[in-house]
Design a protein around this ligand. Structure first.
Ligand SMILES: Cc1cc2nc3c(=O)[nH]c(=O)nc-3n(C[C@H](O)[C@H](O)[C@H](O)COP(=O)(O)OP(=O)(O)OC[C@H]3O[C@@H](n4cnc5c(N)ncnc54)[C@H](O)[C@@H]3O)c2cc1C
Ligand SMILES: NC(=O)c1ccc[n+]([C@@H]2O[C@H](COP(=O)([O-])OP(=O)(O)OC[C@H]3O[C@@H](n4cnc5c(N)ncnc54)[C@H](O)[C@@H]3O)[C@@H](O)[C@H]2O)c1
Length: 440
């Protein structure tokens, strides 16, 4: 087994790292204990967006789940072992564990690890709630295996997973309650976006409980009861846990390799994706950086490029990662948000356009949402021409496509930073097709 780069993990980050190595004329070995494609293909973006789309079109749950399985298998086929081998990537199925700074073991086989990209991903975080383990709770790893939609569903967590799936299940006829510990849904997003989504959820019959953290869980007559310090308990047929992710670093043998992790267990990386061990790089969710497919892809490319390069090394710029939550209406964010801009750019301003003033939104009868563009003064020119565009929040139908559309938000006021961000369309939007093919 003769290779130049060991890649651990076959998700978005690992695949991007292996493909980058091939593009640079190197021979990668991709070790993965799950099928290539990882979370995004099997338990993340692909099944969730297929389910959301089907729910929005009024499809019944059984048909929707057949579409989910079909979408997953079609996309998985583009990145399975045979497809990767044809691209020049050797795949070894198994679990990699570092045994020393220069070696890893894969199910009893020793593999040289002179240059490595660790892309082991993340797992659902299960909160410490007494009795939760006694409920047969769902996570994103199991929810797409359901044969029938539950009659009622409590969702712990009002972040992107909780909100996207709450609306999809409600549209299949499930009685959904979303329980969010903080004071609003989607607390990382602009407060006005949270408000639009909350109003929409209520209009669709979804119960929203914010500022509520469950303290006790117990099965009662075959149903799941969640209790709180204050307020009524919530009883439902099933519970979905969606309160965040844990970096998958346990059992990787990182200490043997000299790779340090932070207090959350995420691999510590520099902005060049270098870990604390020489020639060991990391990418994707395992780093604790923004957990998105396009971010994992970008980090994977940078990590592999830097691991193989001798000269100047590329940097990962978190501000170049936009995000889209695929609720209806969608919530798209090109960072910074208005609040982040106010903290870091004194004098930043926000221009606000409600969808009720957008002709297409009026004709579609979908005037919920808005466009907010955040700008700052330009050197010398100040606010002339609108100033320098920093970021934007778009809430509306197809906001994800709008946020990545090639001529937006730059016009004569485009700054290099925004230009770079425009080049990272969020998955899975149709605007991704404007990207060059995979081996770029
Ligand atoms: C429900 C859901 C919906 C999402 N929707 C979106 C979305 O719409 N848009 C978006 O941009 N992002 C979305 N995400 C986030 C996105 O899926 C992740 O950020 C991305 O998949 C992370 O890729 P990764 O390569 O870092 O990790 P992963 O995809 O988790 O891949 C890691 C791989 O490493 C393997 N592995 C782990 N340890 C070892 C080991 N020791 N040896 C060998 N192999 C190992 C695992 O089996 C796995 O295959 C969603 C996530 C979820 C859960
Ligand atoms: N469209 C997308 O791009 C997309 C979709 C889904 C997931 N993702 C990625 O996956 C990551 C994980 O998603 P997520 O929604 O699980 O995590 P998250 O961390 O983004 O949101 C979890 C939410 O749960 C809340 N919470 C935490 N503990 C709680 C408790 N005990 N009870 C009630 N609420 C609690 C948090 O306040 C937070 O709002 C996201 O951060 C995102 O990066 C992206």
């Amino acid at each position: 087994m003769n290779h130049d780069l060991l890649v651990i993990g076959g998700g978005a980050a690992g695949l991007a790292a292996a493909r980058t190595a091939v593009a640079r004329g190197a021979r990668p070995l991709l070790v993965t204990d799950g099928p290539p494609g990882g979370d995004c293909t099997f338990t993340g973006c692909v099944p969730s967006k297929t389910l959301i789309e089907a729910a929005g079109r009024g499809t019944d749950f059984g048909t929707a789940m057949r579409r989910v399985r079909d979408a997953v298998s079609r996309i998985a086929a583009t990145e399975d072992e045979a497809a990767l081998s044809a691209e020049g990537i050797e795949v070894l199925r198994g679990r990699a564990v570092f045994t020393s700074p220069r070696e890893a073991e894969v199910d009893g086989r020793i593999v040289p690890a002179d240059r490595v990209v660790v892309a082991a991903g993340s797992e659902p975080l299960i909160p410490r709630i007494r009795g939760l383990d006694d409920l047969d709770h769902l996570t994103n790893d199991t929810v797409f295996e359901l044969d029938a939609a539950p009659r009622s569903l409590s969702i712990l967590g009002g972040g992107p997973i909780g909100c996207e799936l709450a609306q999809a299940f409600a549209r299949f006829g499930t009685d959904v309650t979303v329980i969010e510990a903080r004071d609003r849904l989607l607390p990382s997003e602009d407060p006005e976006a949270s408000q639009v989504i909350t109003e929409r959820f209520k209009a669709e019959g979804i119960t929203v409980r914010t500022g509520a953290a469950a303290t006790r869980a117990r099965p009662v007559n075959g149903r799941a009861r969640l209790e709180f310090d204050g307020g009524e308990p919530v009883v439902a047929d099933r519970v979905l846990v969606a309160v965040g992710r844990n970096p998958a670093t346990a059992g990787l043998g990182l200490r043997a390799a000299g790779v340090a992790v932070d207090e959350r267990g995420a691999i510590r990386t520099s902005d060049r994706m270098a870990t604390t061990a020489p020639r060991v790089y990391a990418a994707g969710d395992v780093t604790g950086r923004p957990a998105f497919t396009h971010a994992a892809h970008l980090m994977g490319r940078i990590a592999a490029g830097n691991a193989l390069r001798r000269g100047r090394r590329a940097r990962f710029d978190e501000s170049a990662v936009p995000r889209v939550t695929f609720t209806d209406p969608e919530v798209a964010q090109i960072v910074p948000t208005e609040a982040e801009a106010a903290r870091n750019h004194p004098g930043a301003r926000a221009a606000h356009l409600p969808m009720s003033e957008v002709d297409r939104a009026i004709t579609a009868g979908r005037t919920d949402g808005f466009v907010k563009i955040i700008s700052d003064r330009r050197p010398w020119l100040g606010n002339l021409g609108g100033g320098r565009v920093l970021g934007a929040t778009i809430v509306g139908e197809r906001a994800g496509e709008l946020s990545t559309r090639s001529r937006w938000p730059c016009g004569p006021v485009c700054s290099p930073a925004v230009w770079r961000r425009r080049r990272t369309p969020t998955p899975p939007t149709r605007s991704r097709c404007s990207r060059p093919p995979r081996s770029s």
